[in-house]
Design a protein around this ligand. Structure first.
Ligand code: TYM
Length: 334
């Protein structure tokens, strides 16, 4: 049976990249009637220092953002990672399955650690093993993510295969990454070669789920572009990363292919394409922002939803992790 798992870090608010690359697609999978488990990965977030009060606030805000975007806590399981202990337990086992060499090759670790890897947390290095545990604690078959998570998902497959092989079992599935659509790599509005990120120092580089309509429109109108008109074919965008990014964003927001956007706007200058994109972005994002802010008025209700999701998640993950203990040779006598 198909089971979808995915997660988002509640470190910093959600961006348009998170929305188009992940959240919007999470909603689509739920609405297709697939079993969906979605997790706010607070334990991943603390691999770099988080202010405790802000972490709590951002976890609730992310939960509100999910619900505002269309995640229905009755149909999807929505919870924060630390409330389901199976994640941490399985992560330890996977720390003992994964190899140092595999982890050392993770480009995201190398980017985040920079030259001074002596001074980053051990958790940052082990991060992908926890991520594999998130997925495999549910024996998830499919994981929708943005392009930047591809290497981590390959590692998850390697861990599953090595565990199965080491213990001579056919226990964990080899999970399929699901990276599809025009929004899987949304780039910075200031630099079309960098991905849009909550950690970029420039707020102008991204659209946040908390931005109001004026702010969204302003950021899009100020986005970096070139002086050429839009071409009629995708080939014409090959050396124009900023232009290509805006076309991709338009396509993802409108549920069109990038080629269909070009067919519609061929010959248009950015002076007219940007206002059209701004209108589209505002019409999609603003209702979500408004609903998210409304939901944030009742924090107790958000916490209740996360707790209930955690109970349902635990009911799936607990027996799977208990089986893992048996396979590995741990005594369970209580
Ligand atoms: P995170 O929190 O960085 O991002 C959450 C999701 O948003 C996608 N994303 C983007 N997609 C398109 N364009 C962008 N600019 C962009 N920025 C982010 C990410 O690809 C991701 O799908 N390690 C993960 C969280 C995680 C996870 C998991 C994911 C933990 N455990 C298990 C899947 C399964 C992360 O840091 O994502």
């Amino acid at each position: 049976a198909t089971r979808i798992f995915s997660g988002i870090q509640p470190s910093g608010g959600l961006t348009l990249g998170n929305y188009l690359g992940a959240l919007k697609r999470f909603v689509e999978k739920q609405d297709e009637g697939i079993e969906t488990v979605y997790c706010l990965v607070d334990m991943h977030a603390i691999t770099v220092w988080q202010d405790p009060a802000r972490l709590r606030q951002q976890t609730r805000e992310a939960a509100a953002g999910f619900i505002a975007a269309g995640i229905d806590p009755a149909r999807s399981i929505l919870f924060n990672q630390s409330q389901v202990h199976a994640h941490a337990e399985l992560a330890w086992i996977f720390n003992c399955v994964a190899r140092m060499g595999w982890m050392s090759r993770m480009t995201q670790f190398k980017d985040k650690a920079g030259k001074n890897s002596e001074n980053v947390s051990l958790g940052l290095f082990a991060y992908p093993a926890l991520m594999a545990a998130d997925i495999l604690a549910y024996k998830a078959t499919h994981v929708p993510v943005g392009e930047d998570q591809k290497q981590h998902l390959e590692l998850c497959r390697d861990i599953a295969a090595k565990f199965n092989n080491d213990f001579g079992v056919d226990f964990f599935p080899i999970t399929e990454p699901v990276i599809e659509g025009a929004g899987t790599r949304v780039m910075s509005l200031r630099d079309g070669t960098k991905k849009m990120s909550k950690s970029d120092p420039s707020d102008q580089s991204r659209i946040n789920l908390t931005d109001d309509a004026d702010m969204i429109a302003k950021k899009i109108k100020k986005a970096k572009t070139d002086a050429e008109a839009l071409p009629g074919e995708m080939d014409g965008l090959a050396d124009r990363p900023e232009a290509r990014n805006l076309v991709n964003i338009y396509a993802a927001l409108a549920d069109m292919t990038p080629q269909a956007v070009l067919t519609q706007h061929a010959g248009a200058q950015f002076g007219s394409f940007k206002p059209a994109l701004a209108d589209l972005a505002v019409s999609v994002m603003s209702p979500i922002t408004t609903e998210m802010n409304r939901l944030m008025q009742d924090v107790a209700e958000i916490d209740r939803i996360l707790g209930e999701g955690a109970v349902r998640a635990d009911a799936i993950a607990r027996p799977i992790v208990n089986d893992v203990y048996d396979i590995v040779g741990m005594i369970r006598s209580r």
